[in-house]
Design a protein around this ligand. Structure first.
Ligand SMILES: [Zn+2]
Length: 324
């Protein structure tokens, strides 16, 4: 019981620290929407393997995988619930488009990974519309319109951090894949490591110096491959996707985004990867729609291919799943 009280105190302190972080917090300019503030949900930690946890109202979900899972999957932008307590984010810089069917695609990847490896990954997803709550920006740049949206954001991030901490503690290294969908012209997966487009377009010699800017910095420090090989060599994630028949950039087959539309990774990839330390790296996968995720049949096939690429990546760079 005493432990639980301590946990409550710690969490409350953390919340205060977060909300006081910048400019009196993002809540300073939020209009009163006439709704009572939701109770702070204290997320139980440590999480039990193979257990599903929900935030308040079941708006966010954490399906805890096996204790020995090195993989975390997340789908932040496919929510469809529109709570009246979270008004539409109408700031001019607020992106509100939904990543259609990404949660279903993420579930297909999770199921395929379990079938192929016997290990259930950790899965986190958000069911509230992006127009009302934005998990993939800092709280300051989410432009939420209510404290209820801020509270939901904190729950989502408590789950992601919980998953990352479990992998770090139980396995000592791992990979977080943040799943998204783009509407760009080229039908290919955009693999994001938070490396700038300028650096991705540069020579291998220039790129080799940029590992510290990436969400796979830990691999950059420990791998026998050069950093440019990790981005576009034989065992880069994009190359392994191409080998499964999925077009991907950057990869050996398609090494640079050049002047094409390309997403290099957002807030969650930057926050829960290894750019700031630790042994859990992160990759953002921005998937195309047509022929990839718009039908249930496509999602099953695509989910299996992504799972195969993940397994080959874990073998090549982590020494895990070697017998699969
Ligand atoms: Zn997205």
């Amino acid at each position: 019981m005493k432990k639980r009280i301590n946990l409550l105190l710690c969490f409350s302190t953390l919340l205060i620290a977060v909300s006081c972080g910048k400019k009196e917090g993002a809540s300073a300019g939020i209009p009163d929407v006439g709704n009572p503030q939701p109770p702070v949900v204290v997320v139980p930690s440590p999480y039990k393997p193979n257990t599903t946890y929900y935030g308040a109202n079941k708006y966010v979900t954490f399906k805890v995988g096996d204790a020995n899972s090195p993989i975390i999957l997340a789908s932040p932008h496919d929510g469809t619930i529109n709570p009246s307590s979270m008004p539409i984010r109408d700031h001019k810089d607020a992106v509100t488009v939904r990543d259609t069917y990404l949660t279903d695609l993420t579930e297909e990847i999770s199921a395929a990974l379990f079938t192929k490896t016997g290990v259930r990954p950790h899965v986190v997803f958000n069911d509230v519309a992006r127009a009302r709550m934005e998990p993939n920006r800092s709280l300051e740049e989410a432009y939420h319109k209510s404290e209820a949206a801020n509270a939901l954001w904190r729950e989502y991030h408590a789950f992601l951090k919980g998953a990352r901490d479990m992998v770090q503690a139980n396995v000592g290294k791992g990979l977080f894949l943040d799943m998204h969908g783009h509407g760009h012209t080229k039908k290919r997966v955009e693999v994001g490591y938070t490396v700038s487009i300028t650096n991705l377009n540069a020579s291998d010699a220039v790129l080799n110096d940029k590992a510290s800017t990436s969400s796979i910095f830990h691999l950059g420090k420990t791998s026998s491959y050069t950093f440019s090989q990790l981005i576009r060599g034989d065992y880069a994630f994009g190359t392994l996707l191409e080998n499964e028949g999925v077009s991907a950039v950057p990869s050996k087959q398609d090494p640079r985004p050049n002047s094409d539309d390309y997403f290099n990774g957002g807030y969650c990839t930057a926050t829960y990867g290894s750019r700031g330390g630790g042994e859990v790296s992160a990759i953002q996968l921005e998937t195309h729609g047509t022929d990839f995720r718009m039908t249930a049949a496509d999602r099953k096939v695509s989910g299996g291919k992504i799972a195969d690429a993940i397994i080959k990546y874990m073998k090549a760079h982590y020494g895990l799943f070697l017998d699969k």
